[in-house]
Write a protein that binds this ligand. Structure first.
Ligand SMILES: NCc1[nH]cc(CCC(=O)O)c1CC(=O)O
Length: 313
């Protein structure tokens, strides 16, 4: 078909984003004989502003806007994202409804002065700007110093190697994609440490009315990943609303049932609410709503409103 002989994929320019877009491009070329796939690398507002916390400058949407504009303009047919950077309220008409099989969902500690979190000296400096990682670090090790650290993966590792931090925390999936998994000195795995909702999952966005793109993407869809993505994003939607909250969620299939661990906490780690639930895959929506409801009943609302007040100042 002539209308589907060429696809343009909008992507951010970071090394990780380009790897992910190239990965999707290669899969599409492999699946569809003769299909031409090109990348359109773009700089987003989120990449430009590195000196202020994400929550203050407008949140995760800043990484998407330029890519979405390219989709709406017709300059691109698809946009490839890390699902965890896609806001839970999706842009009307631009569904991110194709997900690849999830890679390693967990965070990893990259230790310089000790390999393990438990081995870091009191007062050691750990770099992360994520409220979720700060909350879990402080809950486990209130004696550490947490310092801001933004920028792409190589920038963050560069600052660790320069001696600015004793350790940093990054997603294993991103490191694996860049061939840097050997830098992880401790995998921070569930249930002791929980990842961000959908961490490790690549999502593909398209125009809702683009049937040709939908048809080309269909064979990329990984149904189990789609099911846990839906559960994790449903929980995040109920809890996050519009502001950035220290929320961690990990849903997965265990045998024939769906299991979920979730956590909401204060960034200082003093309050940590946890919930575990499971159910039949056909009950996924009920399990998600049970988890969100339980965290709200335990007091998640108080934590969230305290955060939105401090963000407003
Ligand atoms: N927020 C940046 C971001 N978005 C996705 C990943 C990793 C890859 C993934 O989760 O799929 C990362 C880097 C990190 O958190 O270490």
């Amino acid at each position: 078909m002539t209308d589907s002989a060429r696809l343009v994929i909008a992507t951010r320019r970071s090394e990780l984003a380009l790897w992910q877009a190239n990965h999707v491009a290669a899969l599409l070329r492999e699946l569809h004989d003769g299909l031409e796939v090109e990348l359109l690398p773009l700089v987003t507002q989120g990449d430009r502003v590195l000196d202020r916390p994400l929550a203050q400058i407008g949140g995760k949407g800043l990484f998407l806007k330029e890519l979405e504009t390219a989709l709406l303009d017709g300059r691109a047919d698809l946009a490839v994202h890390s699902m965890k950077d896609v806001p839970v309220v999706e842009t009307e008409g631009l569904p991110v409804d194709t997900v690849l099989q999830r890679a390693n969902p967990f965070d990893g500690l990259l230790g310089r002065t000790a390999d393990r979190l438990a081995g870091l000296a009191s007062g050691a400096r750990v770099g992360t700007s994520s409220l979720r990682r700060q909350c879990q670090l402080r809950a486990l090790r209130p004696d550490l110093e947490i310092a801001d650290l933004r920028g792409n993966i190589n920038t963050r590792i560069g600052r660790l190697d320069a001696g600015d931090y004793d350790a940093i925390v990054l997603a294993c999936a991103g490191l694996e994609r860049l061939g840097l998994q050997q830098r992880v000195t401790e995998v921070l795995a569930a249930p002791d440490w929980l990842p961000a909702p959908t961490q490790g999952t690549i999502g593909v966005q398209r125009r809702a009315d683009d049937g040709s793109a939908a048809r080309l993407l269909a064979p990329l869809q990984h149904p189990e990943t789609a099911a846990v993505t839906r559960v994790e994003r449903t929980i995040a939607r109920r809890l996050e609303g519009s502001c950035q909250v220290p929320l961690a969620v990990f849903a997965r299939f265990e045998g024939d049932h769906l299991a979920v661990d979730a956590l909401v906490g204060s960034p200082d780690g003093r309050r940590v609410l946890r919930c575990t639930a499971s159910g039949a895959p056909s009950d996924a929506d009920r399990v998600a709503s049970e988890v969100a409801g339980d965290l709200l009943d335990q007091g998640a609302r108080e934590i969230i409103s305290a955060l939105s007040e401090s963000a407003a100042h």
